[in-house]
Design a protein around this ligand. Structure first.
Ligand SMILES: Cc1ncc(COP(=O)(O)O)c(C=O)c1O
Length: 390
């Protein structure tokens, strides 16, 4: 099996597993049990992990709420902020290419009377395809706007949004800014102070940590960020998110982010080179192969490990079936028996047939050069045979 689906999830790094295991077998006490030494020991490890996580993101440790992952973080940011009793503004601005973990909560807020504006993105064929147009944001934002939520990096086409510029526009109208940074953390430098965002969501399993753990940074710099807790119970984390802390996963997540930072200088260019190699091989072997999303040469606009290509007239699903040893994603949301074309590719202005003919690749830490060559060879061969059938 060759795994090129690192945007869906990543393998847990063995060094992360090593950091995690003692908290499951030896130091398994509840971090809330500070009445005994075992509990205090775990609590101390959670404190250290929280400090490490926050500092790698440019935040203070009390600005980090630990959650079960980005979906929960996004729910807390959106519902918690919009539905706070002191929140009087009723408009939220986002973008058409957001993940469902943003779009679905927004749809619910719209049903509750919020005005939700989804900005379009630059169209396919432009070097910055997939990025929002700042002028359109400037036109939409006003003193009625409570929140702007724009993802940092897209999970299908790797488009990196201009968060600093977005933050400057938000500041002008005293609008809070949230970013879903799930795909960005571990893959590019992210610092909440530098980006000047108020809230930032992430999930550990996208950066070689375990599944089911993540966080929401809620900055103190801006006093207006008041969140209504979405999970209430034992009052953990200062009542911001109740529930027994998942200490093994939290310690593992911190270790995972430390490793990403330690290895960034070597790892990121290596992954980008492998991604470029994959694209070059596919391009050389497949006539009319198209690139979806921003130019690969624009590293400020596109994640280094991301590739999304159109294989028209061959369908992405058929290609995947023809190469069962390769783990990639069709970019389609298979929500029913009828696979729907990706809303992200549609937002780029692509016709449904083109969107259906696309595959998303995510190169990661454990991808090797020979895997890239083998994957390209399989895809070229499969696409040639399938073309004879269409
Ligand atoms: C951009 C983005 N946001 C949110 C999520 C949801 O993350 P999780 O499933 O870990 O809650 C994902 C994962 O697919 C994602 O790619």
């Amino acid at each position: 099996m060759i795994y090129l689906d690192n945007h869906a999830t990543t393998a847990v790094d063995p060094r992360v597993v090593s950091a995690m295991l003692p908290l499951m077998t030896e130091h398994y006490a509840n971090a809330g049990s500070v009445t005994h030494e075992s509990g205090r020991l775990v609590a101390e490890q959670v404190v250290q992990a929280t400090y490490s996580l926050a500092s790698h993101l440019g935040a203070a440790s009390d600005e980090l709420v630990l959650t079960s992952g980005a979906t929960e973080s996004n729910n807390l940011a959106l519902f918690g902020f919009a539905l706070h009793p002191r929140q009087l503004r009723r408009k939220i601005i986002s973008c058409v290419t957001e993940h469902r973990a943003i779009l679905d909560p927004l749809q619910r807020l719209a049903q509750q009377g919020f005005e939700v504006v989804l900005l379009p993105v630059k169209q396919q064929g432009q070097s910055d395809a997939g990025l929002i147009d700042l002028n359109q944001l400037a036109q939409a934002i006003d003193h009625q706007t409570a929140l702007v939520t724009i993802m940092l990096a897209n999970n299908e086409i790797g488009a990196i949004q201009p968060l600093r510029e977005i933050a400057a526009l938000c500041a002008r109208f005293e609008v809070a800014l949230h970013t879903d940074a799930t795909q960005a953390i571990g893959r590019m430098a992210v610092d909440v102070r530098d980006l000047n965002v108020d809230m930032l969501s992430f999930s550990a399993h996208k950066f070689y940590g375990p599944k089911g753990v993540g966080g929401l940074v809620v900055r103190r710099a801006h006093q207006r960020i008041r969140l209504t807790p979405q999970i209430v119970g034992g009052g953990q984390q200062g009542n911001r998110r109740s529930g027994t802390l998942n200490a093994p996963a939290i310690v593992a997540m911190a270790r995972a982010l430390e490793l990403c930072a330690e290895e960034a200088e070597i790892e990121r260019p290596r992954i980008e080179l492998l991604r470029d190699r994959l694209y070059a091989r596919l391009q050389a072997g497949i006539d009319g192969l198209t690139l979806n999303g921003p130019d690969l040469t624009q590293s400020a606009w596109r994640l280094g490990g991301n590739l999304n290509c159109g294989f028209w007239p061959v369908e992405g699903q058929s290609l995947m079936l023809a190469v069962p040893e390769l783990a990639v994603s069709s970019g389609s949301a298979c929500t029913s028996a009828e696979p729907r074309p990706s809303h992200v590719l549609q937002a780029l202005g692509m016709l449904d047939d083109m969107a259906r003919s696309s595959l998303r690749f995510g190169v990661g830490r454990f991808t090797t050069e020979s895997e890239i060559d083998q994957a390209a060879a399989w895809l070229i061969q499969a696409s040639r045979s399938l073309r004879q059938l269409v």
